[in-house]
Design a protein around this ligand. Structure first.
Ligand code: ASP
Length: 287
């Protein structure tokens, strides 16, 4: 059913008492994104607002709540994808900002490149603020776009009533990562992927997700006729078989069907299909 938004708060070894907290923030993020979609009818605005909320909540491994690297520094990776235009913007290993998702969108929409990393990505961020593309609030956060309220790897998929798809991913990366390490989250096809037919976004050990190009594989299964739920499960089975590692994925197609699967302990998921009142939340525990 359309329009729809599906968001996840990261697959991993969640402490039992933290799972409801993850579910709560993912649910609120889905609400924020869905309201923006109703107001602006832009899948990119909705996906950015949903992701900003999760980056700003301080309880998930992205933005304000991101895990530091071995030097104690927060280095962020993020990507946004416009499925109908088969376009994306990515940023990696950026420090000193809270909201890499807005920078990823700026890179996609306003630069002639797709992917910036490190200190030079920060220069692009400063240019974005100077040009008034986004306004930075006190404390370095970018406010949600037109949202009524608010604020492991997080990501979302938005599909509007015409079947247009936007997908995001945003992360502080795996724990104890070496400075400069970049995971799957900003890598098109691995940490997320979308085209005009379907979109997916992943979480888990980026080193292994990149080996199997997980999100492109899952969306390919959908394009070949597998329903999104079976495609998500097939993707995680394939991933586990080839790498022995842990991951999670959410997927949605242009017709409004969704799927989710993980082989990690848990992955908070929330989705809204058709109406705000139709919100569903899940711990998505390992099967
Ligand atoms: N996929 C992320 C990375 O490897 C980590 C995560 O999903 O928790 O950077």
């Amino acid at each position: 059913m359309l329009p729809l938004i599906v968001a996840h708060g990261g697959a991993g070894d969640w402490k039992d008492e933290r799972i409801p907290i993850g579910v709560k923030y993912v649910a609120e993020a889905a609400r924020v994104g869905f309201r923006v979609l109703k107001k602006s009818s832009s899948v990119l605005d909705a996906a950015e607002a949903c992701t900003l909320f999760m980056e700003n909540c301080g309880e998930l491994n992205a933005g304000k709540g991101a895990r530091p690297n071995q030097d104690g520094i927060i280095e962020l990776d993020a990507m946004i994808i416009d499925g109908s235009r088969l376009d994306f913007g990515s940023v990696a290993a950026i420090t000193g900002i809270q909201n890499p998702i807005s920078l990823a969108r700026y890179i996609m929409e306003k630069t002639e490149h797709k992917f910036f990393a490190g200190p030079n990505a920060k220069r692009v961020y400063d240019e974005m603020i100077a040009q008034g593309y986004r306004r930075e609030e006190e404390g370095g956060a970018i406010g949600p776009l037109g949202a009524a309220e608010g604020a492991d790897t997080i990501g979302c998929i938005v599909v509007d009533s015409k079947g247009r798809i936007a997908v995001t991913s945003s992360t502080g990366g795996i724990s104890k990562k070496r400075p400069g390490r970049i995971g799957d989250s900003p890598v098109m096809g691995s940490g997320a992927y979308a085209n005009s037919l379907c979109g997916a976004t992943a979480t888990g050990y980026g080193e292994h997700i990149m080996r199997v190009v997980l999100c492109r594989m899952v969306t390919l299964y959908v394009e070949e006729g597998t329903d999104p739920m079976s495609a998500a499960r097939k993707g995680i089975e394939m991933f586990q078989k080839k790498t022995g590692s842990e991951a999670g994925v959410i997927v949605a197609d242009a017709g409004g069907n969704i799927g989710y699967a993980t082989n990690a302990k848990a992955m908070p998921v929330a989705f809204i299909q058709g109406k705000l009142r139709s919100m569903t939340t899940l711990d998505c525990l390992r099967e």
